[in-house]
Design a protein around this ligand. Structure first.
Ligand SMILES: O=C[C@H](O)[C@H](O)[C@H](O)COP(=O)(O)O
Length: 225
């Protein structure tokens, strides 16, 4: 509950960075939910903007809030991407993908001029890695990819939901990789994406331009590059 108040504070604070006419990237997850709800209010109060969504769930929520969603072929550039994170360090490196949306989230983040990360204070860490790193893999021969990842020093776990293998919006699987501490994130990022069968991993190392860190008392701390 306290954590929800903190997420709400961070999510709603993102609205202050939105200017009329912008194309916004809508993130995924329980913190992005609050940002999307707030953006819906702005739209219903007359602000002109358009958005792209990083998941089917966020697209559905945004449409229900009357936020105009445009197809990617109509996107020239994204002015501001607003998304959550599972962990962030003070260099603004992130782990994302706890909700399984990391691939689309990374594509949108890479296309955005700015990425605003909204999170509650519990997610700010000294070193990434306590949260298991989500790695999206294709289902074909996934057991081989699993073994490859084990050799990288991870303890991968195939993600399941309600007893069934979790399937991403892209039809892929997720391996949650326990590293404990990630000391050389850029090397790990490269190493993981070099493994055949790996589509993308949840390390976002150079995208975030600002963290909005929410607290249960409603206050928000901003940390930027
Ligand atoms: O795949 C999901 C995303 O990366 C989320 O942004 C991340 O898991 C944080 O989600 P939440 O705000 O629900 O903690």
């Amino acid at each position: 509950m306290q954590q929800d108040l903190a997420k709400k504070a961070a999510g709603e604070a993102a609205a202050a960075y939105i200017q009329p006419g912008m194309t916004i990237g809508l993130g995924t997850g329980s913190t992005a939910y609050y940002a999307i709800m707030r953006i819906g209010e702005l739209v219903r109060n007359g602000m002109q903007l358009q958005a792209v969504a990083t998941s089917a769930a966020s697209e559905e929520l945004a449409r229900a809030q009357q936020i105009p969603i445009i197809p990617f072929e109509q996107v020239d550039s994204i002015d501001l991407d607003i998304d959550g994170a599972d962990e962030a360090d003070e260099s603004l490196q992130l782990i994302k993908g706890g909700g399984g949306a990391l691939l689309r989230e990374k594509i949108v983040a890479a296309a955005a001029k700015e990425m605003l990360v909204i999170m509650d204070a519990s997610k700010l860490v000294k070193q990434l890695g306590n949260f298991p790193l989500p790695v999206e893999i294709i289902p074909f021969a996934w057991e081989l990819t699993f073994r490859h990842l084990e050799q990288s020093g991870a303890s991968p776990v195939l993600r399941r939901k309600e007893g069934k293998i979790f399937i991403t919006d892209n039809g892929n699987y997720i391996l949650d990789c326990h590293y404990g501490r990630i000391t050389a994130a850029p090397e790990l990022h490269r190493q993981l994406n070099d493994i055949p069968g790996v589509v993308e991993n949840g390390l976002f190392l150079r995208y975030a331009s600002r963290l909005l860190i929410g607290y249960a008392d409603g206050s928000v701390r901003s940390l930027s590059r």
